[in-house]
Design a protein around this ligand. Structure first.
Ligand code: CA
Ligand code: CA
Length: 73
């Protein structure tokens, strides 16, 4: 019985992950670099939401140097 529950639980989380990928509503707080057209815009959003070297807001600063989305123009 324990095993059956575990299988059900992992199936459920797999379904949740599958549903979440590519289906994030526009209103979601999370942002990605692809949501911004320039690095400057990403940086402004990042700072506005408390971003810093120690606070990687929305994962925009993957290398934790305080600069969001270096790869953007
Ligand atoms: Ca993100
Ligand atoms: Ca960075």
């Amino acid at each position: 019985m324990k095993n059956a529950k575990r299988v059900a639980a992992s199936a459920l989380s797999a379904a949740l992950i599958a549903a979440g990928v590519g289906a994030v509503p526009a209103t979601a707080r999370d942002k990605n670099c692809s949501d911004f057209s320039t690095q400057h815009k990403a940086q402004r959003w990042f700072k506005k939401h408390g971003g810093s070297k120690k606070n990687n807001v929305a994962g925009l600063d993957a290398d934790h140097d305080g600069i969001a989305c270096e790869d953007l123009p």
